[in-house]
Design a protein around this ligand. Structure first.
Ligand code: UDX
Length: 447
């Protein structure tokens, strides 16, 4: 099978490298020359653990090629995956311009029967649109089947998720096309769900919306725990034993970010609105998440009063660990609020500083190690639970900071450990610790 993947983003690249690793002959096409130049030299334009190794290996053995030529990519392909970006419009709807362009290009260049398989996250009904575009512009002698095959890759573990995903969803009107797609994935030995196209498109949005809602739910419980004196980590552990709830995605913190949950939840609310269905629960989950991202600055102001001219160490810029992606990261909201309060910000992240700099410029300082970020800081905010942050010796805060005050947005440390140090430590869904003493033992302490 000759397979083409349109789009060399994190979905397109992981799909290309993964399918090549399964033994398929893959051509990956993109419109960005510098991206393709890097890839043809075996370099990955994105940080994704394990991806560059897979690209190098399959480039070398000829299973994987990169091109900018639509004729080379589409004319001889048996299957074409669409993995182009579907960014967000200002009103929350999905911008389908790249889907339109790639559909027209495919229609123009295909010279034989082909299956066009949409991997990009697209609103329900988009595959129908792709089919219409291709049907109306291709030569009549060619048959082009359209299939929906949404991805469930998490950034930072996308290669792992490709090979060890929970399920593969194939939405098709034509059973033969579904069977051909099934053959592509058989070597993975992952459960394959075959359904209709619209249900496949809806499965993708529903998955992300449910996971985002689960996060907002546990974050509301965390906020309640703080008020009643319970510990969210204990509560999450206790409810997670119920198989109907599970332990995953119950990590309370400052909410979700990234290029998927924020965009996909807003798109689903939009889509529901378009068919006159107000999706109240999802709207509430989005509202909770927006508030959650502002908690660290609210806590800092409660503790310290004015933040003007206060030096703050931001620990973590990426929206989650093991990625350099800062799209809709909590760090961007928190830094914006701190700058509005007149604070002086110095941010550390092991790999996301270059991407953060593109957005923040020189409005803040950047630290390439934790010690410099903490040096002489009045307080620190933990935004991303990098291993490098989770496993520091806790005396680091009193060693480098003007005053060891830590606001932990990702609950990186146990209260038991923290209480061994003269740290003032506020986290999410747990009681505060003041200079090593739990809240209920706290005498009046002057800060
Ligand atoms: C998500 C979905 O998991 C994936 O299936 C889909 O294909 C793309 O969107 P991703 O956004 O890359 O993947 O990362 P994920 O690990 O899901 O985390 C998303 C956000 O939720 C991160 O900001 C993370 O910090 C946050 N999160 C996650 C929590 O706050 N608590 C949790 O328990 C889990």
């Amino acid at each position: 099978m000759k397979i083409t993947v349109a789009g060399a983003g994190y979905v397109g690249l992981v799909t290309s490298a993964g399918l090549a690793e399964l033994g398929h002959s893959i051509t990956c096409i993109d419109i960005e020359k510098e991206k393709i130049d890097m890839l043809q030299n075996g370099l990955s334009p994105i940080y994704e653990p394990g991806l560059e190794l897979l690209i190098k290996k399959n480039l070398r053995n000829g299973q994987l090629k990169f091109t900018m030529s639509p004729d080379q990519a589409y004319s001889a392909a048996d299957i074409i995956f669409i993995a182009v970006g579907t960014p967000e419009e200002k009103d929350g709807s999905v911008d389908l311009k790249y889907i339109h362009v790639v559909s027209h290009t495919i229609a123009h260049y295909i010279k034989k029967d082909v299956i066009v398989c949409t991997k990009s996250t697209v609103p329900v009904g988009t595959n129908e649109l792709i089919k219409q575009i291709i049907q109306s512009r291709k030569s009549t002698s060619i048959n082009a089947e359209v299939v929906s095959n949404p991805e469930f890759l998490r950034e930072g573990s996308a290669v792992l998720d490709f090979f060890q995903g929970d399920r593969i969803v194939i939405g098709a009107d034509n059973p033969e096309a579904a069977t051909i797609m099934e053959q592509i994935y058989l070597p993975l030995k992952i459960p394959i769900i075959k359904t209709d196209i619209k249900s496949a498109e809806m499965i993708k949005y529903t998955s992300n919306a449910f996971l985002a809602t689960k996060i907002s739910f546990i974050n509301e419980i965390a906020n309640l725990c703080e008020k009643v004196g319970a510990n969210i980590e204990e509560v999450a552990y206790g409810i997670g034993y119920d198989k109907r709830i599970g332990h995953e995605f119950l990590k309370a913190g400052i909410g979700y970010g990234g290029s998927c949950f924020p965009k996909d939840t807003r798109a689903l609310v939009q889509l529901a609105g378009n068919v006159k269905y107000p999706f109240e629960l999802l709207e509430a989950a989005i509202k909770v998440n927006n508030h959650q991202q502002s908690l660290p600055v609210l806590k800092a102001k409660e503790l310290l009063g004015s933040l003007k001219n206060k030096r703050v160490a931001i620990l973590g810029l990426a929206f989650k660990p093991d990625t350099d992606d800062v799209r809709e990261a909590a760090s961007l909201i928190i830094i914006k609020e701190l700058l509005e309060e007149g604070a002086l910000v110095r941010a550390y992240d092991p790999i996301a500083i270059p991407n953060a700099k593109k957005l923040l410029g020189n409005s803040i300082e950047y630290a390439y190690n934790l010690h410099y970020a903490l040096y002489e800081a009045d307080f620190a905010i933990i935004v991303t639970e990098w291993e490098q942050i989770k496993h520091v010796r806790l005396d680091i805060f009193q060693t480098y900071m003007k005053e060891p005050i830590v606001i932990d947005g990702r609950n990186c440390y146990s209260l038991e450990e923290i209480e061994k140090y003269p740290i003032t430590y506020l986290s999410i869904g747990r009681q505060g610790v003041y200079k090593g003493r739990p809240k209920d033992e706290m005498s009046i302490i002057n800060f």
